[in-house]
Design a protein around this ligand. Structure first.
Ligand code: DC
Length: 229
């Protein structure tokens, strides 16, 4: 069976990662969470005092970019990828509200995007990859054989993130998360470089009212069609 590239884009917290991870595991592909990479750069900024009163210190970050090394390793127990920043496992640290609240301006910096896109393209050179994000089908892999654009209402997405944080024992306010989801939608859609938009040849999936199982089936069928010789 031929190996393909699968790009899954869409709004924040709409279940992209879950569907991308599950599909990758089922078909034996590599899974890359591109959002984790922007989150890791943001964590680096927070840890190194690059957020000032005036916002992100872009000049210092640009100078530091060669020292920001991001990689992934599979967790042998869960078979899920863990994100590493300069050799340290930061998988939990990059999922906090603090990082969520700071990531958009970092992901909007052209030199950050350029470095991440290059890394992502290198990771996908051999195909057999599922990558999720905002610009995978438009900028990273415009030739991907299967492109999905996922959406769900802001309230449903905020509820999912709230449940996720609660399950991990983290403090969370639904209103704060909803505001964060809406703000990120706005910034993601309106930034100058690679704004979030559906690629012309992407299939639209609104999963507001789908169970994970229904979504899985839908995706498995799209995959079967895409790998047909
Ligand atoms: O998917 P996520 O919420 O973990 O993404 C974190 C942030 O990174 C989000 O604000 C959008 C940004 N992002 C991006 O600009 N491009 C990508 N390919 C993936 C994420």
């Amino acid at each position: 069976m031929k190996k393909i590239t699968i790009a899954i884009d869409g709004y924040s917290s709409c279940g992209k990662s879950t569907m991308a991870k599950d599909l990758a595991r089922e078909v034996g592909y590599i899974y890359i969470d591109s959002g984790a990479m922007y989150r890791a750069v943001t964590l680096y900024c927070l840890q190194n005092g690059l957020f000032t009163e005036a916002g992100i210190d872009a000049a210092s970050l640009e100078a530091a970019m060669p020292q920001v090394r991001i990689s992934f390793q599979l967790n042998p127990e869960t078979q899920r990828p863990m994100t590493f920043l300069n050799g340290e496992n930061v998988e939990d640290l990059i999922r906090t509200m603090e990082v969520s609240n700071h990531v958009s301006p970092v992901a909007a910096l052209p030199f950050v995007r350029e470095a991440m896109v290059k890394l992502q393209q290198d990771m996908g050179k051999e195909k057999g990859i599922v990558m999720d994000g905002r610009d995978i089908g438009t900028a990273v892999f415009p030739d991907a054989e299967l492109k999905i654009f996922v959406t769900a209402s802001a309230e449903i997405r905020a509820q999912r993130r709230y449940d996720e944080l609660k399950a991990k024992g983290q403090e969370a306010s639904f209103e704060e998360i909803l505001t964060n989801v809406k703000e990120r939608d706005y910034i993601d859609q309106n930034r100058a470089v690679s704004p979030l938009r559906q690629a012309e040849d992407a299939l639209l999936l609104d999963n507001s009212n789908l169970t994970i199982e229904e979504q899985k089936q839908w995706l498995a069928e799209r995959f079967k069609e895409a790998v047909k010789e």
